[in-house]
Design a protein around this ligand. Structure first.
Ligand code: NAD
Length: 542
């Protein structure tokens, strides 16, 4: 067999299309949206490359137009989940033995297909079923997923090239292989890129994966499966199953061949998985790898030396893009009394200028929240704040589900820094602000650190370098992604590896070498060239 130390194409972040009026990409994407909106899809689940349609179906309704139906997906039964395991284990040996450059080529090809012929389909699917506007779809479904695929190939080669030193007469080597069993990937609704990356990253490293997307993301999940198939991913390397989350999870976590979980979603769901894995420990052949990126309660803190307009813009973008349904969305802010009037005026002006509606109209900055459950949760909070005396609505506060799940972007002001919406992840377009006395800026940093259970993202604003250094040190445990004079969202693969600690997850930094390391087992090989033939060491001499 021929060999070489192959160099992979240098990963470069996919350029983001602007979709400004008059651009060809705007026309092409909106035409694709229209075409797909008029169709009805019938989405199967996939085992061993075969499409399964059970007839037990769930309808797919765009969140911004709930009376419209764009199709349905079929749900699996327990026997199908068992088949998925059987099939994954069957294909495992061949996939694990496939050389890294051929695995890499598949995912590089997928990235190029997504950058080209699949771009508008993936973006339109994300706009329709996950209710993202053109820009939010572009930066997620196209660019971030392309980046994950390209950068992970580069990180994979970094891992393989990590080799020990050797002494005279000896050659030491490290070899890396996939885990022994199958990996279970469970993905959230809010990022098509995460949905693609969670199964793809372990698969790239030689693992077989059973993937369960979120119910509200199945529409773009199907496009991901089509993309991987066209890129040449062999049947069964990623089996995608849909249906009852509890049944699927219980069945997979009970298997002795379960070898790792790649999860992104909420903290309580991840905690329940961890407990189940703990209870099943005696059954497993290996200690499972447990990787979970979970919830956040992301903060913005401004020092009196900050620029009010910059802070206001960070709030308007950081709290409300994609309706605040980013794990990194700003949802609590701590602002000095001296800057509050200027920031307030600016944020109110911004929020009042936001247009809300269907993503088909690109001038809508705000679209619907994901589903009825989210609408009920968020409208419930808005009802409650109107009753509580220690909080007031500064702007927004309305909601309406007559056409779609629309929640107005809302700014709350509280006098109680431990008010519920300062502590709990709401996951919607609501930010709560606490105004502090300028002189209390340092104590406010303690307050941020102590409030709530999460440590995902956070942003500080100041014009004073001593203050910036002090706050950076003081908040070292408070955010896994920390921003200085910028909003706390919008991490880019390869530039800001993403993940948080505390109740925000295992902090394995998706789209980085640290994440990929979780999906390999290593073997150390020592080869001795002149092998001893006598047990006696020199010190034993007379
Ligand atoms: P979720 O926890 O409701 O769902 C995540 C996945 O778990 C879905 O596939 C869902 O079907 C599945 N699931 C839900 N309940 C389950 C159960 N009882 N048993 C088995 N599976 C179950 O989360 P979501 O609403 O899809 O996403 C939003 C959450 O994800 C937020 O908490 C957000 O902060 C978090 N998130 C975190 C990151 C990060 O990188 N830290 C990124 C994106 C989203």
């Amino acid at each position: 067999m021929a060999s070489g130390f192959y160099k992979v194409p240098k990963a470069i972040n996919e350029p983001v299309n602007s979709y400004a009026p008059g651009t060809p990409e705007r026309d092409a994407l909106l035409a694709k949206f229209k075409e797909m909106y008029a169709e009805k899809v019938d989405i199967p689940f996939y085992i061993g490359g075969k499409e399964y349609r059970t007839g037990n179906t769930v309808e797919i309704h765009p969140p911004f137009d709930t009376k419209h139906c764009v199709g349905q997906y079929h749900t699996a039964e327990k026997k199908h989940i068992e088949m998925a395991v059987e099939n994954a284990l069957e294909v495992r040996a061949k996939w694990a033995a496939t050389s890294w450059e051929h695995r890499a080529a598949i995912f590089l090809k997928a990235a190029d297909l997504l950058a080209g012929p699949y771009r508008y389909k993936m973006n339109a699917a994300t706009m329709i079923a996950q209710s993202k506007n053109v820009m939010q779809a572009e930066i997620d479904a196209a660019c971030e997923l392309i980046d994950f695929l390209r950068f992970n190939v580069e990180f994979m080669t970094e891992i393989y090239s990590n080799q020990p030193t050797s002494s005279r007469g000896v050659w030491n080597r490290m070899e890396y292989r996939g885990l022994e069993g199958f990996v279970y990937a469970v993905t959230p609704f809010n990022f098509t890129a995460i949905a693609g990356n969670l199964p793809a990253a372990p698969a790239m490293m030689g693992n077989v994966v059973i993937w369960k997307p979120a119910a509200t993301q199945v529409y773009s999940a199907q496009v991901i499966m089509e993309l991987f198939k066209e890129a040449g991913l062999p049947d069964g390397v990623i089996n995608m199953v849909t249906g009852n989350s509890g049944m699927i999870t219980d069945t997979l976590l009970a298997s002795p061949d379960f070898t790792g979980i790649h999860f992104t979603g909420s903290t309580p769901v991840f905690n329940s998985f961890w407990k189940t894995i703990g209870n099943n420990m005696e059954n497993y052949k290996s200690y499972p790898r447990i990787v979970g990126e979970t919830g956040g309660k992301d903060f913005i803190w401004a020092h009196p030396t900050a620029n009010a307009k910059e802070v206001a813009t960070a709030i308007s973008r950081g709290a409300f893009e994609y309706q605040g349904q980013k794990c990194s969305a700003a949802s609590r802010a701590y602002l000095p009394k001296s800057l509050w009037p200027a920031i307030k005026e600016s944020v109110i002006k911004d929020v009042k200028s936001f247009k809300m509606g269907s993503p088909e109209d690109p001038s809508n900055f705000i679209n619907a929240v994901i589903d009825a459950k989210a609408f009920k949760r968020l409208s419930g909070y808005l009802d409650q704040v109107k009753k509580d005396s220690d909080v007031e609505v500064i702007v927004g506060g309305g909601y309406d589900d007559s056409v779609g799940y629309f929640i107005e972007p809302t700014v709350l002001l509280t006098t109680n820094p431990k008010y519920e919406t300062m502590c709990t992840e709401l996951f919607g377009p609501i930010i709560t602000i606490y105004v502090y006395e300028d002189a209390a800026w340092d104590e406010t940093l303690d307050l941020i650190d102590e409030t709530g259970e999460f440590a995902l993202t956070g942003a500080i604003f100041s014009g004073d370098r001593y203050v910036i250094e002090h706050a950076t040190n003081k908040l070292e445990n408070a955010a896994g992604n920390f921003y200085i004079n910028d909003k706390p969202s919008g991490a880019v693969v390869g530039q800001q590896p993403f993940g948080g600690a505390r109740a925000s997850g295992t902090n394995d930094k998706a789209g980085s070498v640290w994440n990929l390391l979780r999906w390999v087992n290593a073997r150390t090989i020592k080869e001795t060239f002149v092998t001893p033939k006598d047990y006696r060491y020199p010190f034993l001499g007379e």
